[in-house]
Design a binder for this molecule. Structure first.
Ligand SMILES: C[S@@+](CC[C@H](N)C(=O)[O-])C[C@H]1O[C@@H](n2cnc3c(N)ncnc32)[C@H](O)[C@@H]1O
Length: 261
């Protein structure tokens, strides 16, 4: 298949960020600023469909999650909802499951949620082995360590997508799988309605409730900037993934990229 992307660095570029270091720093600051209201806004602005997307993603990796002793990391885990969905899908099996994020404030909320849930359920940490403060572009894990790497709505925020994919390939063992759940831009009538909502309604409501200007204007801009499914698949193959696929969710508003090492 023809590789469609160019070789220039491509990644998130919040307004005013001149290089990848500044972009990463702006992204971290943004999520740290909205951390206290992140969950509320997420569910409100996605009409709670986000739960279905996390669950569907987790379900699609059940073979790995049901394997005893598998090692799983959820990158850019934020307040942990994708990580919890993976944990629930694993059921009685106990994979070594980690959540990793570079925003301390987001991780603090993940930890607090997992403590509350453990108390309610009488189980320890709901089986999440740990929350790691780490940059997805430079992970503190050895080569070939994981059987599964996931990321939900986080990968799009990386300052260098190819470096992000290479780092995922590095930490995956042979045959290991990756699942990247992220937004996309639907086509046709649905696309027009979506753009209207995403560009005009969402930034206003987001700014009003979070009390922070910026992040909710950055969101639609970052989705617009994110590679199309064809280009993303081409980048995944170049990074070393085979069997790279994209499955649209909810008319293509979101979708799951999968690849095998
Ligand atoms: C939109 S939130 C997604 C959180 C969660 N996965 C979810 O589905 O709700 C994006 C998260 O990615 C994290 N993030 C962005 N760039 C990162 C990087 N380079 N390394 C680690 N975390 C990163 C942010 O701190 C933020 O918590």
């Amino acid at each position: 298949m023809r590789e469609t992307h160019k070789s220039a660095v491509i990644g998130a570029a919040p307004e005013g960020a001149r290089d990848t270091r500044a972009a990463a720093s702006a992204v971290r600051q943004m999520f740290t600023a909205i951390a206290p209201r992140y969950d509320l806004l997420n569910h409100l602005l996605s009409f709670n469909v986000d739960h279905l997307w996390w669950r569907r993603t987790a379900r699609s990796f059940r073979e790995i999650l049901w394997r005893p002793n598998s090692r799983v990391v959820d990158l850019c885990c934020g307040t942990g909802d994708m990580t919890f969905a993976l944990r629930r899908q694993a059921g009685r099996t106990s994979p070594q499951l980690l959540g990793a994020d570079f925003s301390h404030a987001m991780l603090q909320r993940a930890r607090a949620k997992s403590a509350t849930r453990s108390e309610e359920n009488g189980t320890s940490l709901l089986g999440v082995a740990g929350w790691v403060e780490a940059d997805a572009l430079s992970l503190p894990f050895p080569n070939g360590y994981f059987d599964l790497v996931t990321s939900a709505f986080g990968f799009r925020n990386l300052a260098d997508y190819d470096a992000g994919l290479r780092e995922i390939v590095r930490v995956l063992g042979p045959g290991g799988e990756c699942g990247i759940l992220d937004f996309s831009e639907p086509k046709g009538l649905m696309g027009s309605a979506y753009r209207l909502y995403f560009k005009h309604v969402l930034p206003r409501v987001g700014t009003m409730i979070s009390g922070v200007r910026g992040p909710y204007a950055y969101l639609p801009a970052s989705v617009e900037r994110f590679p199309s499914p064809d280009e993303m698949l081409s980048r995944m193959r170049s990074a070393g993934f085979r069997e790279a696929t994209w499955t649209p969710y909810t008319f293509g508003i979101a979708g799951l990229y999968r690849g095998k090492k």
